[in-house]
Design a protein around this ligand. Sequence first.
Ligand code: S3P
Length: 178
Amino acid sequence: MNAPAAGSRHVVLVGMMGVGKSTVGRALARAMDRPFRDSDDEIVARTGRSVAEIFAADGEPAFRAVETDVMADLLDRDEPSVIAAAGGAVLAEATRQRLRRAGTVVWLSAPVQTLVDRTASGAHRPALADDPAGTLTRLSAERDALYAEVADLRIDATDSVDVVVDAVLAALVEGADR
Ligand code: S3P
C-alpha cells in the first residue's frame, strides 16, 4: 500500500511495556515500506550490553541518560522511519519535546492485565522482576499523562497485531485527510 500520512515524518510508537510496540512497529514499518527502529535495540547496539545489565551495573538514571541520547539520535535522522520508543522514553522532558517536533506519535494502550500477560516472558524488563501486575499498574498510572501529552493518536492495542496495524494505518490516513 502507499505509505499513508506521516509524510516525511517519523511514526513513533509509545506506550507501556508489553503493549506490543516492537511487534506492531515491525509490521507497521513493513506495511509503510519504511525502516524500523527500536530504542532498546539501539541501546544494546550502541553499548554492547543488555538493558538488564545496564540497569544492574549502572542503575536506572544511567540507563535513562543513554535512552535520551538514543531517542535524540533516532528522531533526528532524516529518513522517515517507524520507531518503537521503550516504555520509559517519555520520562525525559527532552524526549517529549523532540517527539512533538519529529513525528506522528501513536500511543498504543491496553488494559493492565493484557500487559501482565504479554510481559510474562522477556528478560529486558528488570523493573518487572517482582510483582509485575503491581508495577505495571503503578507505572501506567504514573505515565499515562505523559503518553497523552506527546500522542497525536491513541490506538487500542488489545487485539491481534494485524488488527492494531490496520487501525494505526487507518488513523494515519484519516489524520492526513484532515
Ligand atoms: C522500560 C521499558 C522497557 C525497557 C526497560 C524499561 C520502562 O522497554 O526499556 O526495561 O521503564 O518502561 P519496552 O517498553 O520495550 O518493554
